[in-house]
Write a protein that binds this ligand. Structure first.
Ligand code: FAD
Length: 452
């Protein structure tokens, strides 16, 4: 009983304005480190106090929404800040933002009951991947991964729509669409750290555990003082979708060309038409040139690279819409935890998209964080520093290994590379000739335990 009271005391006191109508926002305050501050806010905003939440997630992208669901599923009360409903899926063609999800991400989304909510006719399994450069090739097959597919190509909005649906039925999650405008760290009378969040609509929330899922410009990371190692690739990821002439048979194609990386990812057929998605990680000047082209002219530029991709059979390509682009950087937070604070997803790490692993890493953060918090001892608070350190240690190796590998590949084939083409070709050929190496790489990219 005493433990229960102590656990309840450790929970968050969230302050909410009367304008938020959901019953889940109403209730009584369990505790607050600053009662004078509380009284002041009550006077200024006619605040209503919510029932206790165990933690607050700042950032409602895919990582934040998945994290809210995963932590609710282990019995925690969650407030999710900054979550907006997903955009509707286009009726003609595909959205520009598509992801290759690996087996570990699929497993998590299945556990969260999100995967079955995504339209199966818009999900394309990747059966094979052909990487070509300097006249050599490296080929992966789903059988190497002992999986039904190497990855699944899904639209970002399809994942978010399914997450939104699952969240609507999760009574342990309070969704707050406001953003965090300011954050500060307070110490309560017992010496415990409490994070105070000022929202963009001028409310004040407090939490003993703040999870930063607020993406590359993370306010949570900046306020916590956690330093970030950043490398600018001086490239942009140019994306566009095309109808292709022949079926792709679930194969993805990638080649290193002109100081960048060109990838064609298979999409599920729409209205009986085979389609592919282009991700061209191009040096800045080339990216701007590609973005300035008409969709038809861009299709012709990609057609010119089909022989290098050994994907001539797919051409000529037919554009379905304009291109979009994102700046490419590698960013690694020096730490992913601090006092009462955890970083997940792009707030903690961004990697070059050549291996299509950024979001996969973020979803694995979610899985490991949920498992770590679930395994806490009886009466152990969710913000216990030992738990947070355990999470941080569990994520460090995979994140660093992936960031280093993608970084090495981007530099090896980048504009300034000093490694001669024949030497690079030898490396690729050697890896291709060794099935155990291919299996290990494939297994590693799947996100599943790779020695299993
Ligand atoms: C060209 C390209 C291709 C890619 N392809 C792949 C791929 O195939 N597979 C893959 O796994 N990854 C891929 N990635 C990486 C992937 O896009 C990211 O890793 C992923 O989108 C990160 O998700 P996130 O939820 O961590 O961050 P975000 O998507 O950035 O979400 C952050 C959220 O936080 C919110 N927010 C920000 N500030 C605040 C605040 N102050 N208060 C409240 N909320 C806030 C934002 O509104 C947003 O909703 C690719 C990236 C690029 C650039």
């Amino acid at each position: 009983m005493g433990q229960k009271v102590a656990a309840a005391r450790r929970r968050t006191a969230f302050l909410q304005p009367a304008t938020l109508k959901s019953g889940r926002f109403l209730g009584s305050l369990s505790d607050s480190p600053k009662s004078s501050e509380k009284r002041r806010l009550k006077r200024s905003h006619s605040i209503m106090f919510s029932p206790s939440s165990d933690l607050l997630i700042c950032g409602g992208g895919i990582a934040g929404k998945a994290c809210a669901l995963a932590l609710a599923q282990i019995g925690l009360q969650v407030t999710l800040l900054g979550a907006r409903p997903a955009a509707a899926l286009p009726t003609q063609g595909y959205a520009q933002r598509l992801y290759a999800l690996n087996a570990a991400s699929r497993q998590l989304l299945e556990e969260l009951r999100v995967w079955p909510q995504m339209p199966p006719e818009r999900i394309q399994p990747v059966q094979a991947m052909h990487i070509r450069a300097d006249g050599a090739q490296l080929a992966f097959d789903a059988r190497d991964a002992r999986s039904e597919a190497l990855a699944w190509i899904v639209e970002s909005d399809a994942i978010e729509t399914a997450l939104d649906l699952a969240l609507r039925f999760e009574r342990r999650v309070v969704i707050d669409p406001a953003q965090a405008a300011r954050l500060s760290r307070l110490t309560d009378p017992s010496g415990q750290t409490v994070w105070q969040v000022q929202t963009t609509d001028d409310r004040t929330l407090q939490t003993p555990l703040l999870i930063g899922a607020d993406g590359e410009h993370s306010l949570v990371r900046r306020v916590s003082g956690i330093a970030m190692d950043t490398h600018d690739y001086l490239q942009r990821g140019v994306v566009a979708n095309f109808i292709c002439t022949a079926p792709h048979e679930g194969a993805a194609f990638q080649t290193f060309a002109g100081g960048g990386v060109i990838a064609l990812l298979p999409l599920a057929p729409l209205q009986g038409q085979a389609m592919v998605s282009l991700v061209w990680s191009a040096p800045e000047a080339l990216a701007l040139e590609l973005l300035a082209l008409s969709p038809e002219a861009l299709a012709q530029r990609v057609d010119a690279h089909l022989p290098a991709l050994r994907a001539q059979h797919l051409g000529p390509l037919q554009a379905t819409g304009p291109a979009a682009a994102w700046r490419l950087q590698r960013q690694l937070a020096r730490r992913t935890v601090a006092d009462g604070l955890v970083l997940i997803g792009d707030a903690a790490h961004r990697v070059h998209p050549l291996a299509g692993q950024g979001l996969n890493l973020g979803l694995q953060d979610v899985q490991v964080l949920a498992r770590t918090l679930q395994q806490r001892g009886v009466g152990q608070a969710v913000h216990d520093p030992r738990l947070l350190r355990r999470y941080s240690r569990a994520r460090a190796e995979q994140v660093l290994a992936l960031a280093t590998t993608t970084d090495a590949l981007a530099r090896l084939y980048g504009a300034g590379s000093r490694v001669p083409g024949p030497l690079r070709a030898l490396g690729l050929q050697t890896a291709n000739a060794l099935p155990p190496v291919r299996q290990l790489l494939t297994r590693y990219a799947s996100g599943l335990p790779y020695l299993a």
